[in-house]
Design a protein around this ligand. Structure first.
Ligand SMILES: NC(=O)c1ccc[n+]([C@@H]2O[C@H](COP(=O)([O-])OP(=O)(O)OC[C@H]3O[C@@H](n4cnc5c(N)ncnc54)[C@H](OP(=O)(O)O)[C@@H]3O)[C@@H](O)[C@H]2O)c1
Length: 318
């Protein structure tokens, strides 16, 4: 399995299994199947509300000798309701208990958006905490303390704009962010972000690499483009004797970004894993480069309703 290296030399498998929207009932079987077919990296989050089931599948696979914990990469994320420094470790400990492990390989701040403690999803103004009132650096220091306590090996962020990532790099006391997990696919290529991360030794994970077609209808725009049936991608798939999903994943891997496609279907999971064997050439890459249109499938607008202190402009600094 292709892998990428952290600053200290630790390596994470470059292709992992996404678990957002993987329903209870389906996610247990999907994770077990994934481990059996060779996945060694699972991307989790408490807000996906399926970590206990993911944890049960992992624990059973380890007990059955299918995989050793040391050969498995587990990522999870700090939800928006636990940014207050005193909430960080308890939130991590809940995830550790749910995933049935003593430590995580990677823990990420899920969004640069904060809610009041106990609020699962803020809708009213009084349920939000504006970032100036709960600065990211304070949350980050609590994340650093979790590394010092041996509860997690690496820490990073998700959905951070270049401005927010740069600010955190400058402020961080002991550990500069090691990962930015962001939406990346041919419609949102984020080249400046990739250059910044490379210069600063920050790894990048591409989420929604297949276009996140199973998002709830409320999160979709009526005229949004689809990726898997884009004619350019379909044509390249035919050229390489691959599937459109494999072309999208091979493109992400070729840019040295981790990819974490979500599926609960064994045939697709197998297909996605095999994308590590698909090699695009320079002409293919040039063709795909022309598809960029700055389009976000997961644009954060669900945090920006009436009364929210957050806007798309404050989230993305665009
Ligand atoms: N940090 C963040 O804020 C953030 C945000 C979004 C996502 N993520 C992470 O990234 C992961 C992936 O992103 P995503 O779930 O948004 O979307 P995605 O992986 O781009 O797309 C998932 C969709 O593609 C389908 N699919 C999977 N493999 C396929 C294949 N080979 N051929 C055709 N269709 C295929 C899945 O269907 P089936 O399941 O039915 O096969 C599902 O409908 C998430 O699950 C999550 O772990 C993180």
């Amino acid at each position: 399995m292709l892998s990428f290296s952290f600053r200290n030399g630790d390596r994470l498998p470059a292709l992992g299994l996404g678990t957002w929207k993987s329903a209870p009932g389906a996610v247990y079987a999907a994770v077990k199947e994934a481990l059996a077919m060779g996945y060694r990296h699972i991307d989790c989050a408490p807000i996906y509300q399926n970590e206990p089931e993911v944890g049960r599948a992992i624990a059973e696979a380890i007990e059955a000798g299918m995989v050793a914990r040391g050969d498995l990469w587990l990522t999870s994320k700090l939800w928006n309701n636990a940014h207050a420094p005193e909430q960080v470790r308890p939130a991590l400990e809940k995830t550790l208990a749910d995933l049935r492990t003593d430590s995580l390989d990677l823990y990420l701040i899920h969004w640069p958006v904060a809610f009041k403690p106990g609020v699962l999803f803020a809708r009213k103004s009084e349920e939000f905490v504006p970032l100036p009132d709960q600065p990211i650096i304070e949350t980050w220091k609590a994340m650093e303390a979790c590394v010092a306590a041996g509860l997690v090996r690496h820490i990073g962020v998700c959905n951070f704009s270049l401005a927010k990532l740069d600010a955190l790099c400058r402020q961080a006391a002991t550990i500069r962010p090691e990962m930015n997990q962001i939406e990346l696919h041919p419609y949102l290529q984020q080249r400046t972000m990739l250059d910044f991360c490379k210069e600063n030794d920050i790894l990048v994970t591409a989420f929604s690499p297949l276009g996140s077609g199973d998002r709830p209808a409320a999160m979709k725009k009526s005229d949004e483009p689809t990726l898997l049936d884009n004619p350019v991608i379909v044509q390249l798939a035919a050229k390489h004797g691959a599937t459109p999903a494999q072309v999208l994943l091979a493109w992400g891997l070729g840019r040295r970004t981790v990819v974490i496609p979500k599926s609960v279907h064994p045939d697709r999971m197998r297909q996605n894993l095999a994308a590590t064997g698909v090699q695009l050439d320079d002409r293919d890459r040039a063709t795909i480069a022309a598809l960029d249109r700055g389009f976000r499938f997961v644009d954060g607008s669900f945090f920006t309703g009436p009364g929210s202190p957050y806007t798309l402009a404050t989230i993305w600094d665009e």
